[in-house]
Design a protein around this ligand. Sequence first.
Ligand SMILES: C[S@@+](CC[C@H](N)C(=O)[O-])C[C@H]1O[C@@H](n2cnc3c(N)ncnc32)[C@H](O)[C@@H]1O
Length: 235
Amino acid sequence: MSKIKGRLYGIGVGPGDPELLTLKALRLLRAAPVVAYQSATDKESVARAIVAQYLPGNQIEVLFHLPRALEPEKAKSIYDNEIQPIADHLAAGRDVVVLCEGDPFFYGSFMYVFTRLSEEYPTEVIPGVSSLMACPVALGVPFTYYTDILTVLPAPLPAEELTTHLLMTDAAAIMKLGRHFTKVRDILHKLGLASRARYIERASTSQQRIIPLDEVDPDKVPYFSMIVIPTKNRL
Ligand SMILES: C[S@@+](CC[C@H](N)C(=O)[O-])C[C@H]1O[C@@H](n2cnc3c(N)ncnc32)[C@H](O)[C@@H]1O
């Protein structure tokens, strides 16, 4: 008789405010015997901190590290190893909830787990409130109307590519700013978009900061920051 496998759940925990968790995510989170989450090496997991108050206290916790900016081949074997403990729990018949900031399938760390394990184990993904939604709301800027085109741009892209896409869109979100902030700010000035661009960090959390673009200290731009360029159209 084949052993019953555990179920894998990827749950979006939202952008930071614990109240922005869905009811479904909360139910699954509380019910699972195993909760897994990733963090940058040596740092506290942001996703776990968001849901900490909801954890019942009797679950097995699995921390995994997915270091960024690695050669693809090196990353693959490190990621395989880091994710193995989740596979072991599933193989032993234990359900595992994997926490993911924002939405799991929108640049989410859960996707690395999903691609490795979803063919072998029954898997369900619960959408989360993405930073893409939370940042414009926190900034108080209506983002897109009617037939507006929205473009999402990762800041590490080369300047020429960022420029090309910004010229072709009505509204944009520029993510993963960190050390790429100055490059992005300069492009926005060159394209005449700086006055419309809004900068926000750690949206929806108690450490949320909204700073005028030209007053941002480029040396202090955290990973959890975004530039939002709302449409100039008004309907
Ligand atoms: C790896 S992506 C994860 C996106 C996430 N899955 C989501 O749906 O929001 C990380 C990027 O999301 C953005 N981000 C996530 N949470 C944020 C927040 N609370 N405030 C501002 N930006 C945030 C930042 O641009 C950050 O570099």
